[in-house]
Every structure is written in C-alpha cells, then in structure tokens.
Design a protein. Structure first.
Length: 267
C-alpha cells in the first residue's frame, strides 16, 4: 500500500501493518458494508471472461453478492484449471538433448539450471511433456553469473516444438540487455523488445523477480514484476499456436538460473 502523505510524496506501508496482501492482477476494489455493519474491502481478480459471464447472469442482484460471486468463481476457475509444477518431476520435464539433463536439478522445489561455475558450452532447455495453447504461465526466477566471462541469459519457451534436437518457438527473454524481449528461438529471431521504462526502477538483476507470460489466440503479453514489458500479435497463420513450455539455460557463460512457484493455467 502506498498512502499519499502529501503532494507527490508516497510512503510504502508493509502488508504486515496494512493487513493487505493481494496476489495477481486486480480488476477492481470496493468497500462493502455487511449486514452486521462491518466494512470489508472486496477485491475482484482480473478475469474479464468470468466477470462478464457473471454480470450477464446476475446483473440484477445487489452489489455485495455480485462481488462475492466473482471472487468465488475466480477462485474455483484457477483451482480447477491450474497445473502447479512447483515440485517438478524431471521424468516429465526433460532436456531437449538427453546428455544435457545433467545441467538441471531440483533442490527444495527450486528448478536449477547450471551452477554458476561451469561454462555452459551450448544452449540447453528443460521442457514440459504437455502442450499448451491459451494459457498463463507464472513463476519467480533468479539468474546469476559472471558477466565478464560471457553471456548470462535465460528465457521461458512457449508454444514451442521439438525438432531435430532443437526447440523451436517463442521465448520470453531473461538477462541483461534482453529483459522482457519476445524472441522466436531457432526461427525468426527477435520479435519485439522489452519496455524497461518502469521495470528498470524495480528489477533486481541478481535477485528474485516474477514473470508472467499470457497467450490468448494470437496475442502474447509478458509481465516482469507486474509491469507489462512486451505485447506481440502474431500475424503469420503458419506459426503453430500450440506447443510445449520450457525454460532455457543459455550458453557462452557460467550462468545459473533458478525457477520456483511455477504455475500454468489453461485459459
């Protein structure tokens, strides 16, 4: 929470004091007075499809019940469709080349690529055993390494295919000089650059950050730390709209990349 102390001066209040902690994107917030006279802050998550369906069916009911139904339906929608991969089973998520499996491990529910010491000789990818079309991918990630010794880079592959021991498809980029870019791996190269105007003020380049990749139809949107970094509309009907999701460890340096709290929600 950022209360306005005076003109153009805001001071953050930690959630331990404000009592407010909201995860994910929020569509709207409002104060609701209950029958017992108590006042509560009600938050509606940003799922337009669900909200519109409920509004159509319940447009005549009172405001308090309307928001309560939105919250419950949103929760159930995520609970039913979300595939949580915090405890990644490496028998299902595998390396594109079998010999590269040694670069990947899972420690305390954190997926780790590289060790920050060994120089990575070639790009390696860990990918899902399932294909996704319309989805929202979320995770926390951290990338470290010595930039003076080579490229420290990673990315999130999506709508990708495996062919001739290569992963071909879209990538939401991670790393210095590439933050937020949308790239087309082993196909067309860079599609759109990341917008860093706001992100540069809140990005922790060697600490934990969050990533969201959302694909619906031909529209791709990415967020880092809740800030929209790129938006891309695919105009080529020959590019596959469905494929695997993966994570990359880039070659050329001693990068170590970590991912945790990975969730994939089919939309």
């Amino acid at each position: 929470m950022l209360p306005n102390k005076s003109k153009n001066i805001f001071k953050a209040v930690p959630n331990s004091k404000s009592g407010i902690q909201i995860e994910g994107l929020v569509n709207s917030m409002d104060w609701i007075t209950s029958a017992d006279g108590s006042t509560n802050l009600v938050v509606a998550k940003n799922i337009e499809r669900v909200k519109n369906e409920i509004k159509h069916q319940f447009m005549k009911i009172n405001k308090q019940l309307f928001y309560s139904v939105i919250l419950l339906t949103t929760f159930l929608s995520y609970a039913q469709k979300s595939e949580t991969t915090d405890q990644v089973d490496l028998k299902k998520w595998k390396a594109v080349k079998a010999e590269n499996q040694r670069h990947w491990s899972v420690v305390d529910d954190v997926v780790i690529g590289g060790d920050g010491v060994e120089n990575i000789p070639w790009n390696t990818y860990l990918y899902s055993d399932k294909e996704y079309e319309n989805f929202e991918f979320r995770c926390l990630f951290r990338i470290t390494g010595d930039h003076s010794k080579g490229l420290i880079n990673s990315g999130i592959q999506y709508r990708s295919i495996i062919k001739d021991n290569k992963i071909i498809g879209y990538q939401a980029d991670i790393g210095k000089g590439y933050w937020g870019d949308i790239y087309d791996e082993h196909r067309r190269g860079k599609l759109v650059g990341g917008e860093l105007g706001t992100l540069k003020h809140i990005l922790d380049e060697e600490g934990w950050n969050s990533y969201i990749v959302r694909c619906i139809g031909n529209k791709h949107v990415t967020y880092i730390n809740g800030v929209k970094t790129a938006e891309y509309t695919e105009k080529d009907p020959n590019i596959p709209s469905k494929g695997v999701i993966g994570i990359q460890l880039h070659s050329g340096g001693n990068a170590k990349v970590e991912f945790k709290h990975i969730t994939i929600t089919e939309l």
